[in-house]
Design a protein around this ligand. Sequence first.
Ligand code: FDA
Length: 317
Amino acid sequence: NAPIVAVTRNVIMAAARSDRIKRTAEKMPVTRNVVHRFVPGESFDEVLDAGTGLLASGRMISIDHLGEDTTDESAAEATVQAYLRLIGLLGELEVSSLEHPLEVSLKLSALGRALPRHGEKIALENAHRIAVAAAQAGVWVTVDAEDHTTTDATLRIVRELRADFPDLGTVLQSYLHRTEDDCAELSGPGSRIRLCKGAYAEPADVAFQTKADVDDSYLRCLRILMEGSGYPMVASHDPAMIAAAETLSAAAGRRPEEWEHQMLYGIRNGEQLRLAQVGRQVRVYVPFGSQWYGYFMRRLAERPANLTFFLRALVSR
Ligand code: FDA
């Protein structure tokens, strides 16, 4: 049923771009069961509760304040303020003995990159302010990857930020043809790279289109990162990628503290716990906030079976 899955995925990704559907959906309280599975809440209290529970189970966390594609400067400023508050609260948490249990993830489009005037400069300055506060609080920062039209701008900003914050992380997507080269360029000493498959609908001239090709690319990229001198972050729920990370890290002579697994909140919780119990570092990406629509739609598109649960929850209100 690959063609049906592909069509369903395209329909969901089209709905993800519709402002009208977005406005209607975001009015629904986030507590609705299916959204809640992927987004623990809208408030700082709710995300800190979820984060504290994950830390207590031996996992690490990366918190994302939901929001993307900001088109006005005041919204970008509100995002900066939300991150500064979040970092302040994270800095007060009692944390485990793990070396870097706390991280925040951010999207440059939420910090103003798409603003018509000086967007890139504004996003850089905003990300810099967040990185300063995070460094003071002992919290890591990683910059998310958005659609392929933004990759060059994202990597330009990341390179500038790394001059001041060498441990700033960035996300690369194995579905893009360019990513093997980006991995090779960015896998130097101290560099933190989160490798994922990629969650946006991308055209064939820039991205692999089949799962087999995306997976093969992931494995080639992962080998480059494991053999490099940076810190690989293996962001995948796929059992084949998880097993390959084990084999490739051992072949490269890496100790468990020299790389980590990462998964999304609400996906393969049992596997997250199993990996933590066998001594692997596992970080869970935990999104929160009222603007959950785009994030949630990407989770539906990854696994159309989720759509059935979502629709069932809607009609059983
Ligand atoms: P794949 O899609 O092949 O799924 C493997 C298995 O995982 C499935 O069989 C299923 O069991 C489970 N699974 C996967 N998705 C699921 C879902 N939505 N619901 C239920 N089960 C699911 N993307 C991006 O473009 N930019 C980014 O910045 C990030 N950031 C990011 C951070 C972290 C920590 C993670 C884990 C992922 C991202 N992603 C991302 C998303 C990523 O690109 C990708 O879309 C998803 O992780 C799904 O890909 P998998 O590698 O899990 O494999």
